[in-house]
Design a protein around this ligand. Sequence first.
Ligand code: PHE
Ligand code: NA
Length: 459
Amino acid sequence: SEPAPPHQQANSLWTSRMAFILAAVGSAVGLGNIWKFPYITGENGGGAFVLVYLACIFLIGLPVLIAETLIGRRGGQSPVATMRTLTRTEGASKGWRIIGWNGVFAASLVLSFYAVIGGWALVYVGKAAFGLFVGADAETVGAQFDTLLSNPWELLLWHTAFMVIVVFIVARGIRAGLEKAVKMLMPLLFVLLIVMVLYAMTSGSFGRAVDFMFSPDFSRLTTEGVLVALGHAAFTLSVGIGTLMAYGSYLPKHINIARTSVSIAVMDTCVALLAGLAIFPLVFANGLEADAGPGLIFVTLPLAFGQMSGGLIFGTLFFALLLVAAITSAISMLEPVVEWLEERKGTTRVKSAMTGGFAVWLVGIGTVLSFNLWSNIYPLGFIGFFEGKTVFELIDFLASNILMPLGGLAIVLFVGWAVRREGLAEDIGLQGGLFRAFMVVLKFVTPAGIAVVFLYNLI
Ligand code: PHE
Ligand code: NA
């Protein structure tokens, strides 16, 4: 038989199931949960959107997560090389290799704007620590945020700082520090979120927030809203763009992929829902707009930190943990890009990380400018789909709502239809009826779900 692929050799595997879960959760839990989920929920009218999002997580995101991790482990290399090898060993068409390329491209796009928002988190650690929120009212906090956005140089500075941190960590090789950081800091983030939810309960608007998030009013949900929910299900679980394939390549054979994936999806969903429950009560209690957009958490949470006792410490800690969560996610986005550069160009890891990081940083300048100098520029506005979208909104939409779900579609189709069936049940970690049911989901339900959402949006 063939020798084990590179990442599947004993010395490079994750040390335990826990190590892989930590890395995958580090990738999954990030700005997507705490920054993006609340603001897109606000923009899309609440309950109905959340319901569709939850359905997308479990019917689409989770199957993709399982399939992508499985591909990664079978291939045992970078996403691009894995797809090259697997199309050969599974006797499948070379066309499937597009999954690897799509991953590298989409991951670069996502990281380009992710780093800019990561930069905001970085500034807010400082603002909290220097007491800038103490006793502040909604107006002051809003003005602080607007001032930040209006200054392209300052945004560029923090965007750069964030990218430098990420490149530095990726260049050194990711696995040693990552495990420790996630193991200690993620539970702390979770606890802090619960503290914030408890605080939000005292705001007087908790009931209204629960109502907003969980009573579905389908008249407020648009077809584009459904596409956003689908895209976010992929985004928040980090699936469809090669990240989980890269991490899965180090996963030891005996680990049950199905069970592990369910834990990851559940944890990620809990963090997002907690973030919503922490933020929306503050929105309503302070008379703010739920559809305020990308600034939502930056104009609501500081209010809470400014008023609660111990807010200076809580606020600083919270934004620091958000920053760590953003970094562990950003690392996982750069990873497929760097592995690809290493293989393709035969350059060192350090050089690949710097080249990849620089390219992504350049693209990120478009997002920096979208909040000030280019705020009225809509590059592909003449195409219906992209009407009224700034560079940032365009890149986010293209990567999160189009490339990630389409990548996910290709991944489930590949595992459902093209991969050899023998050994698959053991590889996925499901038996008997459960395995057969899962294959039906993989072959029909998930692809149909993605296809329907896309067709509706095209018509
Ligand atoms: N899942 C991450 C988050 O929710 C974002 C991410 C997307 C990470 C794609 C890796 C790949 O913040
Ligand atoms: Na997430």
